[in-house]
Ligand binder design. Structure first.
Ligand code: NAD
Ligand code: AKB
Length: 317
């Protein structure tokens, strides 16, 4: 990777990925982009920034040509819960945007990394240790776009030899940018509320177990996968990756080790609960471990300790 364009760079992942990549590859070699820039941030000011709406193929092509880009990390998307409120917009951005990026990549000989999600799975998928290759019948528009997106990336690799790669992220937990409208967002909000108010009302029910990962591991996943030896990659666009699996009680119990008076209550949002119920309880990520040495560092205990330390500084608590 020499010149990297990151789309959707002001979101939860991009906010941290751009800074990490600028440290690794040089500030001028990582071009952050988003469809709007509401304010100046570290990401917009510490290196090149372009306005790129992924629905507009010309804007992608202009940014790629202007900066001589050889790798696109495509983070522009609408996530699961927001996606159900706007299915047609989700299709247009997640699929239309990805198609435009793949076409520009084909024409300009760029590699493409697009994260997929545990949302590719559905109620008929095996729930425990969900295998890499299994039933994929998602029941959300977000999930539909993620399955179709994996297939489209496979197609561009097979047909046009575009170097496409991607991983199925679980819920990501981080302390810089807030999450952007997903089903797993509670696992971020709970830390903020625990520190601010010592209580949290959860929109998912007791016992709702899902896979999760701390952001430092998620960032390493993109970099490691993009730098992996292509000869060793069998799956390319659809690697299960995970770091931990817990339910709201599990994360609350871990928080109570640091904040003993922390209270967890429930006010279930049935629409989001339905999405969560359709996703796996735990993933088998052995293929990622085997094919590109995936090996996350953080578990629930070490993530919780780091989240609380970092958020105390951020919130001045
Ligand atoms: P996010 O919602 O925080 O950020 C996405 C960004 O894309 C936002 O800043 C949004 O403004 C921007 N965007 C939306 N439409 C756009 C358009 N038309 N053109 C350009 N930018 C546009 O999402 P994220 O959490 O950073 O996720 C990035 C990718 O990772 C997505 O593909 C998502 O599906 C995937 N993923 C994320 C998680 C997670 O827990 N965060 C889990 C699994 C997969
Ligand atoms: C969401 O909940 O939509 C995302 C995801 C797992 O894809 N965090």
């Amino acid at each position: 990777m020499k010149k990297i364009l990151v789309t959707g760079a002001l979101g939860q992942i991009g906010t941290e990925l751009v800074m990490k990549m600028r440290d690794m590859y040089g500030a001028n070699n990582v071009i952050a982009s988003s469809r709007s820039k509401r304010k100046e941030t570290e990401v917009t000011e510490s290196g090149p920034f372009e306005l790129v709406d992924v629905v507009n193929a010309q804007q992608i092509a202009d940014a790629v040509k202007k900066h001589n880009v050889d790798t696109v990390v495509n983070l522009a998307a609408i996530l699961s819960a927001s996606g159900e409120a706007n299915p047609s917009g989700t299709w247009d951005i997640n699929m239309g945007g990805l198609y435009n990026i793949l076409e520009v990549a084909r024409e300009n000989n760029c590699a493409v990394c697009t994260p997929s999600s545990i949302a590719v799975f559905g109620p008929s998928t095996p729930k425990e240790q969900t295998p890499q290759d299994t039933v994929m019948r998602p029941t959300t528009m977000y999930g539909v776009t993620k399955v179709a997106g994996e297939l489209l990336c496979d197609y561009y690799h097979m047909k046009f030899n575009v170097d496409t790669r991607g991983m199925r992220y679980p819920g990501l937990i981080s302390n810089k940018a807030l999450p952007g409208g997903g089903t797993t967002d509670y696992a971020v909000h709970i830390y903020y509320e625990a520190l601010k108010h010592k209580k949290y009302e959860c929109f998912l029910d007791k016992g709702t177990r899902m896979d999760m990962m701390y952001m430092p591991d998620a960032l390493n996943a993109v970099i490691q996968l993009m730098e992996a030896d292509p000869a060793k990659l069998i799956h390319r666009n659809a690697f299960n990756v995970t770091a931990m699996s817990f339910d709201p009680e599990g994360i609350a119990a871990e928080i109570r080790k640091h904040i003993p008076e922390f209270e967890l209550t429930y006010n279930v949002n049935q629409d989001i609960q339905k999405i969560a119920n359709s996703w796996p309880d735990s993933l088998d990520d052995s293929q990622a471990r085997k094919q590109w040495n995936w090996n996350p560092k953080y578990d629930l205990a070490s993530m919780t300790e780091d989240m609380l330390t970092e958020l105390k500084k951020k919130l001045n608590i």
